[in-house]
Structures are given as structure tokens and as C-alpha cells.
Design a protein around this ligand. Structure first.
Ligand SMILES: Cc1cc2nc3c(=O)[nH]c(=O)nc-3n(C[C@H](O)[C@H](O)[C@H](O)COP(=O)(O)OP(=O)(O)OC[C@H]3O[C@@H](n4cnc5c(N)ncnc54)[C@H](O)[C@@H]3O)c2cc1C
Ligand code: FES
Length: 261
């Protein structure tokens, strides 16, 4: 893990939802697996005090790209940076998605800010099918960003303006219900809003498909010190920043049972 000051190479809007920022670092780019993340200090000084976590989106040699959405003040400040600005970045952090999936075919299911690490995964290790859910066509990833595997992508939009209308789990369930679907042949890797991932896990459990989910909890330190990112697992409370963010489906019980621990 490294903590260094990098220089912004590019920071631009990709579509109505995402910005893309890139910088170069030999150390931050080495040995990274999809699903791992960096902690970015979006501005020099004490305000904002906490760094913000972002998944690796793409690595080309020593060039690193992060795809991000503006949610609050930190990401807003990040979006204001321009070429040549300096940025403090720590990484790679956490445990990413499994590369070896017992010889099974990879199904990816992503929504919201969970899509970037799955794009990285698909580009690096391939995928059989990639389900991406967005609110409307304005948020759909430009073809240039998913060129390598676009023919395997199934889009859903909540307003029906692109792809299938509805939630991303709809077409997944339709496919699983087909007579020739073999649950043993596939492995799901998912990242996105909690409700989406919980529904993916419910469907997977019903049909007997294995998989893993990236729980992008709110994080403060990112290195296992503050205990602000705990996830309830069958072996107890666990730091998602160090033991995750990726967990096997069977490791994490439904979230509504967490509060009573
Ligand atoms: C491991 C990990 C990887 C991530 N990867 C990406 C990425 O690749 N691209 C990206 O755009 N974002 C990613 N995020 C989310 C990103 O960290 C938050 O969007 C960011 O910290 C928000 O900071 P802010 O100051 O802009 O907003 P804040 O003012 O801190 O929050 C604004 C709003 O966003 C919500 N929010 C903040 N963090 C999260 C979160 N983790 N999950 C859900 N809602 C949140 C808050 O509840 C609040 O409603 C990731 C988060 C984690 C933990
Ligand atoms: S974010 Fe501090 S322990 Fe995980």
C-alpha cells in the first residue's frame, strides 16, 4: 500500500452521471485487482478532513483512471480539479473480486457507482454477461467506455428510455427461469446499491448460483483503524475496508438482521 501525491492528467465529464479522473503512479498501479480501491484526499489542508474511497476503474501501464459520480461535497471538489493539479492518493486497498471462479462463467451485475469496478473486471478477465442498471438513457455508459465487451452488456433503465424497462435484476431472473439455465455453470459478481445487491443475492440463492458482492460501505480511514465500515458476516463483525469490500454471498446474512447484533 502506498500513499503519494500524484498529478492530475485529465478530469472530464463522461456522461450525465460520471466524471473520469486520471493520474499516473507506478506504485499505485502495481499488483491491483478489480474491486480494490484508493482513498483520495480531494483537497489539500484539513477540510474536508476525511479521504473519499473510489474503486480502480482502469489501469493502462502506470496510468490509473477513476470513474466517479458527484454525490456530495468531496466528489464535487474532485470534479473541479484540472490537469496539473496535485492529489494525495493511497492504495491499492481492500480485497477485490476473485479472479478464479472455479472454471465457471462470469455474470456481472452493476448499478450506480458499482459499475466502474465491474468494467475493470470485465476488461481484465472477461465476462459472459454484464447487466447494467441505470435510471435513464442519459446515464448509460458511452460505447467508447465499454467497447471491449459491449455485445455482452444488457441494459435496463428505470424509465424505459434505453434497454429493458425496470430494475437490473428483472432480466437476470427471466434468464435464470429458463429451462436450459444451468446454475452450476455461472458465478455472479455484483456491485451497486445495497437493495440491488440484496435482490441479486436473493435470486442467486433461490436458483442456486454462487457469487460475491462488493459492499461499498461508507468509509473513513480505509485501513482498518476507525471501525467505521463494519459488515456483519457469519464469523462476526468485519472491516469491509480490509477484509472486503468483496465478500462471498454466503459470508454476509441479509442486512435487516445486522441491526440486532
Ligand atoms: C470501496 C468503495 C469504492 C467506491 N467506488 C466508487 C467509484 O468507483 N465511483 C464513485 O463515484 N463512488 C465510489 N464510491 C462511493 C464514494 O466513496 C462516495 O460517493 C464518496 O465518498 C462521496 O463523498 P462526498 O463527499 O461526495 O459525499 P458525502 O457528502 O460524503 O455524501 C453524499 C451522499 O452520498 C452518500 N454516500 C457517501 N458514501 C457512500 C457510499 N459508500 N455508498 C453509498 N452512498 C454513499 C451519503 O450517504 C450522502 O447521502 C465508493 C465507495 C467505497 C466504499
Ligand atoms: S474505514 Fe476505517 S476501519 Fe474501515
Amino acid at each position: 500500500m502506498h500513499d503519494e501525491t500524484v498529478t492530475v492528467l485529465e478530469n472530464r465529464k463522461v456522461n450525465a452521471k460520471y466524471f473520469k479522473i486520471s493520474f499516473r503512479s507506478k506504485h499505485l498501479a502495481s499488483g491491483v485487482e478489480p474491486g480494490q480501491f484508493v482513498q483520495i484526499k480531494v483537497r489539500e489542508g484539513w477540510d474536508p478532513f476525511l479521504r473519499r474511497p473510489f474503486s480502480y476503474y482502469r489501469i493502462r501501464g502506470e496510468r490509473i483512471e477513476i470513474l466517479y459520480e458527484i454525490l456530495g461535497r468531496g466528489s464535487e471538489l474532485l470534479s473541479k480539479l484540472t490537469k496539473g493539479d496535485r492529489l494525495q492518493v493511497m492504495g491499492p486497498l481492500g480485497r477485490g473480486f476473485s479472479r478464479e471462479i472455479r472454471g465457471k462463467k462470469r455474470i456481472l451485475v452493476g448499478g450506480g457507482v458499482g459499475v466502474p469496478p465491474l468494467v475493470f473486471l470485465a476488461e481484465r478477465y472477461g465476462c459472459d454477461r454484464f447487466y447494467i442498471g441505470t435510471k435513464s438513457r442519459h446515464e448509460v455508459m458511452p460505447l467508447s467506455e465499454i467497447r471491449k465487451f459491449h455485445s455482452r452488456v444488457f441494459h435496463t433503465t428505470q424509465d424505459g428510455s434505453y434497454g429493458v424497462r425496470g430494475l437490473v435484476t428483472g432480466p437476470l431472473e427471466v434468464w435464470f427461469k429458463k429451462d436450459d439455465f444451468d446454475p452450476e455453470a455461472y458465478f455472479i459478481q455484483t456491485c451497486g446499491p445495497t437493495r440491488m445487491m440484496e435482490r441479486v443475492m436473493e435470486i442467486a440463492s433461490h436458483f442456486g448460483v454462487e457469487g460475491e458482492a462488493s459492499w461499498e460501505e461508507r468509509m473513513a480511514c480505509g485501513v482498518g483503524v476507525c471501525l467505521g465500515c463494519m459488515v456483519w458476516t457469519h464469523y462476526g463483525w468485519t472491516c469491509s475496508c480490509t477484509e472486503g469490500p468483496v465478500f462471498q454471498f454466503e459470508e454476509t446474512p441479509p442486512r435487516e438482521t445486522w441491526a440486532v447484533r
